[in-house]
Design a protein around this ligand. Structure first.
Ligand code: ADP
Length: 452
């Protein structure tokens, strides 16, 4: 059963279900028809005996039976007995039932030689003659089983036909219902073979389960396509970023070997090489960190930390550096605790504050705010610096994106915010930004305590 395909499994289940259902229906019908016919047979028995009541009487000490007396009708045999319970009238094929005790006005069920009979006795009291007469009606219970027998025969004939139609019908229903799934698996195979993730499943008009499945698959294909595209871009961007320092290093080396006249010129070249070396090492370090977070290698370091205290200590480090004479204001709600990876969350805060300094104005302000409201923690870093244009705003979270390219400044590598976003999402949080060119920017990190 395990290795059967779904079509056959559905067919088998469906057929079993139909057999089960049919058996229940037949059993039910038999039960109802049996009870119905038993009642009917008993009613006939009582009616015929009752009809005969007025046809039997004592006349001059003799039992007088009218011509209208019904001896046999509709399977009911009627017999007359005197007070001593001796049969006085009627041919009885049921002599063996004579010894059955007489009980007035009661239907009795009697079994003789594995045959079932119903007996109904009626006592006729003649008060003048002081002699009683017993009237007995007998009917074979088989009379009631005839309809059941017909039903049983009908069932035997229809049952195999029904099973045949149930299995053929079940198979076609299963085949038809699974047709769209076949299409989906075909497409998945095509994508697997060609590697073309731009293909999508055609959606039908019925908004059924298959429609939902197709939407989910299309969404997954789109996500995979985007991820592959992002990976491709990332690799090409990273190579591009590394190419510049490598070119400079090689150029400096060539210059030093061929043209350096004295030690000073050699030192100058070495200094340029070292600068590019640092840049490359920083870039490689950042790339490694990205990979580590993506692969979730650092998952084990989640600890409960005092968030406000951590932010305060990072702010202090920046204050000591006294960059651009910028004033760093802290508005931190006390006692805010979060469960986080301390090194990653430190990196996130540092990146945001570093950007605020980097893109802040000389003598400007930076405000770092922390508040917690009903389990939602919001960290806000605002500055009154150069701001970001509306057109750049949606892209700043992308790796290697630098909005200030056009402004001629290339201070960072364009990885800081991408990392902030990645770290926030890693902590099940989200990022938001509001910014206006030449007015300033506000970066928000929203962390939900319920999410971990
Ligand atoms: P970078 O290393 O270039 O700073 P980021 O990923 O940190 O890279 O930032 C991406 C771009 O977003 C930056 O190049 C900069 O143009 C813009 N940006 C980031 N933070 C700020 C800010 N506080 N004010 C203005 N622009 C910002």
């Amino acid at each position: 059963m395990k290795n059967l395909n779904i079509k056959l499994k559905i067919t088998i289940w469906f057929t079993f279900f139909m057999i089960f259902l049919t058996l229940i229906i037949f059993a039910f019908v038999m039960l109802i028809s049996n009870t119905g016919t038993i009642n009917q047979v008993q009613n006939t028995l009582v009616n015929i005996v009752d009809e005969n009541l007025s046809e039997v009487e004592y006349d001059d000490g003799e039992i007088d039976i009218d011509d209208d007396f019904i001896s046999y009708k509709n399977g009911v045999t009627c017999l007359v007995y005197d007070k001593n319970k001796n049969l006085v009238n009627g041919f009885s094929q049921y002599e063996f039932l004579n010894p059955e005790p007489f009980v007035d006005s009661e239907i009795k069920s009697v079994v003789y030689n594995n045959e079932n009979y119903f007996i109904y006795d009626k006592l006729i009291i003649d008060s003048q003659q002081e002699q009683d007469i017993w009237l007995r009606g007998i009917i074979s219970a088989d009379e009631s089983s005839i309809p059941s027998y017909i039903l049983y025969r009908a069932m035997l004939i229809t049952f195999p036909i029904l099973i045949f139609f149930a299995s053929v019908g079940g198979y076609f229903i299963a085949k038809r219902s699974l047709l769209p799934i076949n299409k989906i698996s075909q497409l998945a195979e095509e994508i697997g073979n060609s590697g073309d993730l731009s293909k999508r499943i055609e959606l039908n008009n019925n908004k059924d389960e298959i429609y939902k499945l197709s939407i989910a698959f299309n969404k997954m294909f789109k996500q995979l396509e985007d991820n592959f595209e992002a990976e491709r871009n990332f690799t090409s961007d990273a190579s591009h970023e590394l190419r510049t320092p490598v070119t400079i290093i090689l150029a400096q080396c060539e210059y030093a070997f061929e043209n350096a006249k004295d030690e000073d010129e050699l030192y100058e070249a070495l200094g340029a090489i070292q600068k590019q070396g640092y840049k490359m090492s920083k870039l490689i370090e950042s790339l490694l960190q990205f990979t580590r977070i993506e692969q979730r290698i650092e998952t084990t370091n989640f600890l409960v930390i005092n968030f406000d205290e951590l932010i305060h200590s990072i702010c202090n480090e920046f204050k000591i550096m006294d960059i651009k004479n910028i004033k760093l204001i802290e508005e931190l709600q006390e006692g805010v605790k979060i469960k986080a990876d301390i090194s990653l969350i430190t990196r996130l805060i540092q990146n945001l504050i570093q950007n605020a300094y980097r893109y802040g104005k000389e003598n400007g302000n930076i405000t770092v705010k922390l508040e917690e409201k009903s389990n939602i923690i919001i960290l806000e870093v605002s500055d009154n610096g150069i701001g970001i244009s509306e057109e750049d705003l949606p892209n700043i979270w992308n790796r290697f994106y630098r909005a200030d390219k056009s402004r001629g400044e290339r201070k960072g590598m364009g990885l800081g915010l991408a990392m902030v976003k990645q770290i926030a999402e890693y902590h099940n949080g989200k990022v938001e930004v509001e910014s206006k060119l030449n007015v300033g920017s506000t970066f928000k990190i929203i962390l939900n305590k319920n999410n971990y």
